[in-house]
Design a protein around this ligand. Structure first.
Ligand code: CMC
Length: 431
């Protein structure tokens, strides 16, 4: 725990309370209100947690004003440029960049866990073919606790380690199989001689009748998408994983809860919603109409892929993603892709508009990712599952950090109750 070097004074009525304050290594000071109810008999109220730190963490830091994202101190643009996904996984999980030997060992461990229990195939086949792959992932990942009993004891550090590796290793297989199932093709088994991204692409696009040659540039772009989504401190799905885990629930159940939360369009579902929006706009001449709708208070429409709770400047991930979109589309010979043209023009018009400037709304990571994924051959329904594959390491790292903290408590928020006070039951004939 950071040292308390100063205090904040809170006064209400006749009560004055000194609250400890902590200075983090980066970011605003934090007032500790954990003893407030015991000392002052009041709660704080912060729906949506806009001003509340829910935990102490050393993993990821975001400076929303500067548009900075650091994993264990390393800027995301450097990691996206110079590192690769499994190295970033190691960094998030263990706190430091690995030596060559540590990386080799880690890659070996992940690669040797990529297969899923053979009986899990039957589980997939229980779903309707038209199920959304996210629905399948929520179910199958939750069901991992029924298949891997030897890594569900959260009090055993070794079992926690095995569960972490299993989740990171098997998630691409589960996402690829969910995809294969919905398109009626046979599931493709992982191949351990391929790197993480190439293996995922092959499991998605190979068929028994014809193998899939993985293009190294596409594999690099896929790896970069995984890297850019790997962790994002206490976002909604990560906080869901932490809250679910705080009861001592097993890791597979908790990660399934994270996947369920990620699915929503305000969170990971925004990449699918964004591409559908760009397609709906269709041509650049229709952009002003959609910008006008996004600004209209009486219209629930929002520009998907725009805005962020924390970033009040460019999302640094969006910058890398935009560059990657250009590279991938050029490689595939689709530079004149109409969706990319609409996206670029929409970004330019929105950024020049005072509404978006005043509210500090900038493109986020989801604005360009869908264009890359579509160009690679993924349907929109696979965009959020790919986000889930990437974010698994973030969820797992945050979960491991929380469980190994001896001061961990079950998460249990309080409320501002505005319902009826106690009243007597009335028999049905008297109502
Ligand atoms: N289009 C139009 N107006 C917007 C948008 C948008 N995309 N985002 C926010 N606003 C307006 C909003 O109407 C509000 O206006 P006012 O103050 O007049 O009521 C103001 O900006 C603040 O919005 P908010 O909803 O209070 O902000 P929030 O921090 O609760 O929401 C957000 C953040 C990401 C949910 C929101 O910006 C949004 O819905 N964006 C579109 C969905 C999206 O792209 N989500 C992906 C987020 S990044 C990937 C991830 O981490 O999952």
């Amino acid at each position: 725990m950071a040292d308390s070097t100063k205090t904040a004074t809170l006064s209400f009525g006749d009560t004055t309370i000194e609250l400890p304050m902590y200075s983090p290594s980066a970011g605003p000071d934090v007032i500790d209100i954990s003893k407030l109810y015991a000392q002052g008999g009041v709660f704080t109220h912060d729906p949506g947690f806009t001003s509340t730190s829910s935990c102490e963490s050393t993993i990821t830091f975001i400076d929303g004003g500067k548009g900075e994202l650091l994993h264990r101190g390393y800027p995301i643009d450097q990691l996206a440029e110079k590192s690769h996904f499994l190295e970033v996984c190691y960094l998030l999980l263990y706190g430091e960049l690995p030596t060559a030997a540590q990386l080799e060992d880690f890659e070996f461990r992940v690669t040797r866990h990529t297969m899923v229990h053979e009986q899990m195939g039957n589980f997939f086949r229980g779903f309707r073919r038209d199920a959304h792959p996210m629905a399948v992932m929520v179910g199958v990942v939750g069901a991992m606790s029924a298949f891997y009993h030897d890594s569900t004891d959260v009090n055993d550090p070794w079992q926690r380690e095995v569960a972490a590796i299993r989740l990171i290793a098997k998630m691409p297989t589960i996402a690829a199989w969910a995809f294969k199932y919905t398109i009626g093709q046979p599931m493709v088994y992982p191949r351990n001689d391929l790197d993480y991204a190439s293996n995922f692409l092959r499991m998605c696009f190979a068929v028994p009748a014809e193998d899939y040659e993985v293009d190294p540039i596409l594999a690099r772009a896929m790896d970069r998408i995984f890297t850019l989504h790997a962790d994002h401190e206490q976002n909604a799905s990560t906080s869901t994983v932490r809250l679910a885990s705080s009861s001592g629930a097993n890791p597979f159940a908790c990660i399934a809860a994270g996947i369920a939360c990620l699915w929503g369009p305000a969170h990971g579902g925004a990449n699918q919603a964004c591409l559908e929006m760009l397609r709906e706009i269709g041509t650049v001449d229709r952009i002003p109409e959609f910008i006008a709708r996004a600004k209209d208070k009486n219209d629930p429409f929002r520009l998907m892929g725009f805005g962020h709770r924390v970033y009040k400047n460019f999302d640094p991930r969006a910058k890398v993603m935009k560059k990657s979109a250009d590279e991938v589309l050029e490689l595939l010979g689709v530079e004149n892709n109409p969706t990319l043209q609409v996206a670029k023009e929409l970004e330019a018009q929105a950024l020049a508009d005072p509404y978006f400037a005043e509210k500090k709304l900038f493109p986020n990571v989801d604005f360009y990712s869908g264009i890359i994924l579509e160009a690679m051959g993924f349907p929109t329904s696979m965009f959020t599952p790919i986000f889930a594959v990437s974010r698994t390491v973030g969820w797992v790292s945050q979960w491991k950090e929380m469980i190994s903290d001896p001061t961990m408590k079950i998460g249990r928020p309080r409320q501002l109750y505005t319902g009826s006070t106690a009243r007597d039951y009335v028999d049905v004939e008297d109502r």
